[in-house]
Ligand binder design. Sequence first.
Ligand SMILES: Cc1cc2nc3c(=O)[nH]c(=O)nc-3n(C[C@H](O)[C@H](O)[C@H](O)COP(=O)(O)OP(=O)(O)OC[C@H]3O[C@@H](n4cnc5c(N)ncnc54)[C@H](O)[C@@H]3O)c2cc1C
Length: 298
Amino acid sequence: MQHDVVIVGGAFAGLAAATYLARARRRVCIIDAGRPRNRFAEASHGFLGSDGSAPSSILARARAQLAAYPGATFVAGEAASARVRGNGFAVSLASGEEIVAHKAILAFGLRDELEPIPGLKERWGNTVLHCPYCHGFEFSDRPLGVLFRTPMSVHQACLVAEWGPTTLFLNGADLAPDSAERLTRHGVTIEHGRVTRLVGESSSLSGVAFEDGRVRALAALYVAPQSCLASPIAEQLGVAIDDGPVGPIIRTDADRMTSVPGLYAAGDIARAPHSVSWAVADGVTAGTSLHRALVFGG
Ligand SMILES: Cc1cc2nc3c(=O)[nH]c(=O)nc-3n(C[C@H](O)[C@H](O)[C@H](O)COP(=O)(O)OP(=O)(O)OC[C@H]3O[C@@H](n4cnc5c(N)ncnc54)[C@H](O)[C@@H]3O)c2cc1C
């Protein structure tokens, strides 16, 4: 069956795009591998009407509502590859099955590459965090930390200090003199020692241990991991990709169309910064722009 649209990635951006397309009475096929980026977090914050809900419950509700529209088809699994086919696109599944559509949306998200510090990965999304807007209020006025990775970590530490007393863990890195001055102005403490592990019961955090044996009390640690595209499909289709502050960003225009005509991209892979609300908004933009292109051409 030929679909109007195939969407690779059916989480926040993909489901938002699909909902608008299905409501516009189009046949839309959503391929999803079921690994949204925030799956490690017990609760998602800041998304209007769903503040504090588990990411999985927000997505399950969205999927159930979308499934009520006759145009929506779901494929559970991984899209293995994609190619331009005539005036449309063909996406191959791992099973060998090919999904063919007039237009396509990439919404497959990012994959985070965390620092190999013992205890860090295990706490990701709960007490090791990427964003104080998403997970800051819950740690108000408690001792907070930022792990230095790039000069942007200085900015991150000054921001995190709005939520509680903050330490920047240089972890052996050097700091530019103007950065030290800026940190002091925002009340951020600078710690030079090398971090050897995180300490605490289960996914909670009680401190950071250093090479010299010291342990510093901490309730939450913010990091800015390097991210990469979760799928090679964008490269296979030849889209233009720029370098963003924490990883690649697929280049799109105001309609969220990529450099390949008829191919759109939405969510974390096509923007910075990242949040559920922005991913949903981008999905709506991609879905409605693409629909107008189907109606009016383009
Ligand atoms: C730990 C953590 C906590 C966060 N907490 C919050 C929060 O509290 N509030 C907030 O607003 N934001 C939060 N975020 C940010 C939020 O998770 C992202 O902005 C959001 O998930 C982006 O949505 P997306 O649809 O672009 O991508 P994703 O949610 O990553 O979804 C991409 C989907 O595509 C699928 N996929 C990937 N490759 C393929 C393929 N080849 N074939 C088929 N499917 C594929 C994936 O399995 C996944 O289901 C958090 C992020 C992290 C890392």
